[in-house]
Each structure stands twice: as structure tokens, then as C-alpha cells.
Design a protein around this ligand. Structure first.
Ligand code: TSB
Ligand code: ZN
Length: 587
């Protein structure tokens, strides 16, 4: 999709269209007051205070009709410049404009306004010359938005739209939106019964349904095996810790706004943990370590709780209760490069296994001049940052460097992906940490018998199971590879009366093979059952009738395909067992 904000002409057009929207809203709701109406990557929006009126999706059509009328009026869009004091008196009844004008730069004494017919708005511009140029637009949605993004302020209504200079581009844009909506994991998650949310449990706290639980378990098994083979040791630790634990780690001072409030139990004050690092530091510190034992890799599939703004939570992608595929690697300084290389190798390996190609590496480095945020040890930072670069270059990975974006405790590498709807998110992360080991007074004994401090590498390959599942559902549009599919084989007798016995026999055989199989014994038409099998995106649908029964074969149809293949039962079992074992991707 073209970035409208960065395209000069489209930016101007969309900005003008935001004014057209405001003009139409003013006609229909004369008391409406306007906050800001910026251009964004995929169109524009306007934040509006409508008093007690609430605009719903179905009202957008009416507003669009009014916009068309204003457009047909073909009014010139005229710029005026006025003094700050004139502007203040002109908009004296509008607290939003007064707020904007008063916050304008001291030097900015001339303020520009744009007028089209009966409507004037405060604006820097530029705009198109005439409203008749605003023809190919569409209002897309309406949502609530706190004034200035602060939840303590009034909730305004935000109307989104988009405008092009020709109908074809608008059409293509709308089609892309439709496709993205169909790919949105929240829709797929609902259609395929993967997860649900409920107000009684709370925002950002999804419940994984049986189908989702199977996917998650498969992901756990997959990554657990990989990590075991790389020498990781897995642990279980509680999802709470005392406030003192998080004071020791520094989270209480630096991460508090992302944490749930604490709770008192007897004499102890607990907090739901936002991260697992402190628990793993204590596990490391539980024993003495020699330089020979390092690296020690402590892994956990660990539940964490974070306060995410209610407007930001999104399906499984951004939750308040998540499960990280976490590990903390305790390494000697001379092992940083080698260990980091293994983590990047694992990330590449996993993405290949899932057939993921569309992702970006982002290397976050310190801002060398910011001695306040970043602890002052240039040699340590330089060596670490260079090691990370070297590894990425060795693998031939493309990456962007983001100076000043490192955490205060060390540089990091993130993998970013673009969801169907909304801005980019981070999946995998790998972060070097020079500080936490010091805060927990961690040590190992070096070859001279002296105490040294290890370095910690925080890493999460999937990120969280939640976010990774969201992403995989969108990438595959819900048609998961066989090994991940909640139901792998759907057995349908052609006729319940004559073929149920054979269908049951096949079903039992597959069950014994540990295949996730379903027998559709409902009293429904064959065509209906087959259609549903497609809707549920089941990889293999078996259709069993006389021919199959007599020849001890099965006829199967692959998801998304029209033709049916008939093969002996044993051959079918071998085929799917191999496909599952090799975790084959869909062709
Ligand atoms: C890797 N302490 C480290 C850990 O050892 C840590 O917590 N890093 S993190 O803050 O970056 O989180 C790890 C991963 O969790 C992120 O890369 C991201 O993929 C995922 N994640 C973060 N916040 C959320 C959220 N609200 N919902 C779902 N997944 C999230
Ligand atoms: Zn960590």
C-alpha cells in the first residue's frame, strides 16, 4: 500500500479531505467542535467533540453524502493569514482551537486559516485549490480517542477516511483493506475457534480455546526440542514476585508504568511479574559457578503481565497476560559473540521452518552522547555493538541500525513484522545486559580463581506464544501446516447409513497413529460437511464411500483444492505421518 503521508500530492489531497469531512460534520452536527485532523500512512482522520451525539459506523454514509454535496459546491479553498490575537478572538468559543493557538510557537505570530464556503479551519496547509477535486474518497471507520491521547481527558470521536485522485486507486485501496480484514487474526481466531475474550475476565486477557491450545502446545514442543538440543535448561517459576525483587532488578524504578499494581498478602507485597529475568537471576545465584560451566542457559515458557493501554490491546498480538518463550543466557564476556551468533542462528532457523520471509532485523544501539541514559563504559559498548554487527554480517542479514534505541542496560536486536492491520510489532528479541548481573551480584570463578561478573543475554525467539500465534494465523490466513492444525484429518462418510462403519474404522486407525482426527457423523448432507471442512481449513478431508470401503482405500481432498485422490489406507497413513514428523509447510 502506498504511504499517503509521504506522498506530497496524496498528503495534500487527504488533508483537504479531512477539512471536507469537518465541513460536512459541521453541517449535520452544528455544535461539533474539532481537535486535529492529520494525514496518516493510510489516509486521514479527524478527532471531533460531538457533545452527546455518538456517531456509529452506519452514520458514515450520511456524512459521506454531505461531503459529496460540499464537494459538488466546488468552492475554492482559500488561505488567510491572521495574527495570533485575531485568531484567539475568532475561535474564542472553541476551547480546542484556543488550546492549539496558545500552544503555538512564540515566534509564530501569523496564523493561517483555510476557508471553503461556510467553513473555516485553522491549518498550516497546504491544500488543493477547490473542493471539487475531492471526489474519490471513502470514510472507513469511527472510534473513540482521548483528547491528546490521555485517558484522563474527554473521549472524542475519531473518524477515519481516505482520498485518491482517481477511482481506480481508491478501489484498490478498499480492496486491500478488505483483504487485510479477512486476514486479521482476530477474525480468523473467532472463525476457527482459536481464542475468545470476555469482559468478565478482562481486556487483553484472551482465553485459548481447545483449537488454540493445540497450536500453542505444538509451538511449545517445537521450540522446547530445539532449545534442549542447544543446551538450554528449562525451569518453572511463579508469575508473581515481591516488590523487593523488582526493586533489586530495577524494574520498580524503570518499568513501573507497565506493571500491574502491587497487592499485599500478610507481610509480603507482591506484584504480577512483567518479566522473568529476576527469577532466573536468582536461579543462577542459587549455586556457585565456574568459568567452565558457562554459558548457562535458563529457559522458561513464562506468564507475564503488563499494563498495556486499553486502546492498544489487540487479540493475541498485544495482550496484558502473555506467555514468553523466554531464556536468559549467562555468558562470559569473551562468549558474547559466539552465543549471540547461536541465538541469531536459531531465529533464522525457526523463521525458515515456518516459511517466514517478510521480516526486518533492527539493531538498537546507544546514543554515544547520552551519558545519562547509557552507563559510561565505551569499551564495553563498542565491543558488544561491534560483535552484534559482525554476527549479522556473517549471516548476511539485512538490518537497520537504530541509534539511541538501545535499552539503558545494553544493545539489542529485534525482529519486526507487519500485521494484517496496524503498525509493525516485534516478534523475536535478543538483548545484551551488563547491568542486571551486577544488581543481583552474580558471579563465576575464572581460571585464576577470581570472582567475575557474567553478562546476561535476554532472548525470546517467538517473542510470546500469543503474538507469534497471531502472526502465524495471519501469514497462513488460518490454513496452518498439517503439524500445527488443530484438526488434521476430517473423516466424512458418503452416507451415514452405509459407510459409517468403515469411516469409524479409519478414524480409530488414525487416532491410534496419534493423528488429530475428527469423524463427522452428523446427519447432514455430504456437500454441507465438505464445505464446512473447507471453512474450518482442515488440511485433509477424507470422503469414504463404497469404492473406498471395498478397496481398503481412502479418498482425500486437500484444503483449498478441488480434486480428490484415492490411495490405500496404509499409504495415506505413511504420507501424513511423514508430513507431520517433518513439519512440512503447505505447498
Ligand atoms: C526476552 N526480559 C526480556 C526477555 O528475557 C523481555 O521481556 N523482553 S521484551 O520486553 O522485549 O518482551 C519479549 C517479547 O514479548 C517481545 O519481543 C514481544 O515479541 C513480546 N511482547 C511484548 N509485549 C507484548 C504484549 N503486550 N503482548 C504480546 N506479546 C508481547
Ligand atoms: Zn529478560
Amino acid at each position: 500500500m502506498i504511504n499517503i503521508k509521504e506522498n506530497e500530492e496524496l498528503n495534500k489531497l487527504n488533508h483537504s479531505c479531512a477539512h471536507l469531512l469537518a465541513q460536512a460534520v459541521k453541517h449535520l452536527y452544528p455544535d461539533a467542535k474539532f481537535w486535529v485532523g492529520p494525514v496518516i500512512e493510510d489516509g486521514f482522520y479527524y478527532d471531533i467533540d460531538l457533545g452527546d451525539n455518538v456517531i456509529k459506523e452506519e452514520d458514515l454514509e450520511r456524512i459521506e453524502r454531505e461531503m459529496k454535496k460540499c464537494s459538488k459546491d466546488a468552492k475554492n479553498i482559500i488561505r488567510h493569514e491572521i495574527s495570533k490575537s485575531d485568531a484567539l478572538s475568532m475561535f474564542k468559543d472553541d476551547p480546542y482551537k484556543i488550546d492549539l493557538i496558545s500552544r503555538m510557537d512564540e515566534n509564530e505570530n501569523v496564523i493561517s486559516c483555510y476557508t471553503q464556503g461556510d467553513f473555516t479551519d485553522l491549518c498550516r496547509g497546504p491544500h488543493v485549490e477547490n473542493t471539487k477535486l475531492l471526489k474519490n474518497f471513502k470514510l472507513l471507520k469511527v472510534s473513540g480517542a482521548y483528547w491528546k491521547g490521555d485517558s484522563k481527558n474527554k473521549m472524542l470521536q475519531r473518524i477515519y477516511g481516505v482520498c485518491y485522485d482517481n477511482p481506480e486507486d481508491l478501489e484498490a485501496h478498499l480492496k486491500e483493506i478488505e483483504e487485510a480484514k479477512a486476514r486479521d487474526h482476530r477474525k480468523i481466531g473467532k472463525d476457527l475457534s482459536i481464542f475468545m475474550v470476555h469482559d468478565l475476565v478482562g481486556k487483553g486477557m484472551p482465553l485459548w480455546l481447545p483449537n488454540g491450545a493445540i497450536i500453542r502446545k505444538q509451538l511449545e514442543n517445537y521450540i522446547y526440542d530445539k532449545e534442549r538440543k542447544m543446551g538450554y535448561l528449562h525451569v518453572y517459576t511463579p508469575c508473581v514476585g515481591t516488590v523487593d525483587l523488582y526493586k533489586t532488578s530495577g524494574h520498580w524504578d524503570h518499568y513501573k508504568e507497565n506493571m500491574f499494581p502491587s497487592m499485599k498478602v500478610d507481610e509480603e507485597e507482591f506484584v504480577l511479574r512483567p518479566m522473568n529475568c529476576p527469577h532466573h537471576m536468582l536461579i543462577y545465584a542459587n549455586e556457585l559457578h565456574s568459568y567452565r560451566e558457562l554459558p548457562i542457559r535458563i529457559g522458561e515458557f513464562a506468564a507475564d503481565f503488563r499494563y498495556e493501554a486499553s486502546g492498544a490491546v489487540k487479540g493475541l498480538e498485544r495482550v496484558r497476560c502473555m506467555c514468553q518463550n523466554d531464556a536468559h543466557l549467562f555468558v562470559r564476556p569473551d562468549q558474547i559473540g559466539e552465543e549471540f551468533k547461536k541465538v541469531v542462528g536459531l531465529i533464522l532457523d525457526v523463521y525458515k521452518d515456518f516459511g517466514l520471509n517478510d521480516y526486518k532485523f533492527r539493531l538498537s544501539l546507544r546514543d554515544k552522547n547520552d551519558k545519562e541514559k547509557y552507563f559510561d563504559d565505551d569499551e564495553m559498548w563498542n565491543t558488544a555493538e561491534n560483535k552484534l554487527r559482525e554476527v549479522l554480517d556473517e549471516y548476511g542479514c539485512d538490518y537497520v541500525e537504530a541509534e539511541g534505541e538501545a535499552a539503558f542496560y545494553g544493545p539489542k536486536l529485534d525482529v519486526e513484522v507487519k500485521p494484517a492491520v496496524g503498525p509493525e510489532v516485534t516478534l523475536s528479541t535478543c538483548q545484551l545486559d551488563f547491568l542486571l548481573p551486577r544488581r543481583f551480584d552474580l558471579s563465576y570463578i575464572d581460571s585464576n580463581g577470581e570472582k567475575q561478573t557474567p553478562v546476561v543475554i535476554h532472548r525470546a525467539i517467538f517473542g510470546t506464544f500469543d503474538r507469534f500465534t497471531a502472526f502465524i494465523l495471519e501469514e497462513t490466513k488460518g490454513a496452518l501446516p498439517l503439524w500445527l492444525s488443530p484438526v488434521q484429518v476430517n473423516v466424512i462418510p458418503v452416507n451415514n447409513e452405509y459407510h459409517m462403519e468403515y469411516a469409524k474404522e479409519i478414524y480409530e486407525k488414525l487416532l491410534k497413529e496419534d493423528v488429530r482426527v475428527k469423524l463427522d457423523s452428523r446427519d447432514e448432507k455430504l456437500s454441507y460437511k465438505m464445505r464446512e471442512s473447507q471453512t474450518m481449513k482442515i488440511p485433509y478431508t477424507l470422503i469414504l464411500g463404497d469404492k473406498e470401503k471395498e478397496s481398503n482405500t481412502v479418498s482425500f481432498r486437500l484444503f483449498g483444492e478441488k480434486e480428490t485422490t484415492t490411495i490405500p489406507v496404509d499409504e495415506f497413513i505413511n504420507r501424513i505421518n511423514k508430513e507431520i514428523k517433518n513439519r512440512e509447510l503447505n505447498k
